[in-house]
Design a protein around this ligand. Sequence first.
Ligand code: ZN
Ligand code: ZN
Length: 104
Amino acid sequence: MDISSSKCHNHLQREAVAVCLKCGRFYCRECVTEHNDQVICSSCLMVKDEPIFKKFKLRKPFIYSLLFCIGIFSAWIFFFYIGDMLLSLPSDFHDGTIWERVVK
Ligand SMILES: [Zn+2]
Ligand SMILES: [Zn+2]
């Protein structure tokens, strides 16, 4: 197939000016990008980036367990301070008279 008579794979009305080195399809200027001195289309560029996402997915359980630990820890801190606050409350809080003192 001759490139001069071919149309862009994404834009059927546009003349193709480049061939993707990965998939071998014809594309217009807009649809191709240079990646490590190689002309490839945007969809092949996405495929190229996929291992990064796969790596990220593999690390997700680790991230979740880390978040779980942080959650447990922050809950412990939270209840620790709640308990500490309850202990330090003035005794007249329970009588209901503390509000009178605050207002006055
Ligand atoms: Zn391609
Ligand atoms: Zn195009």
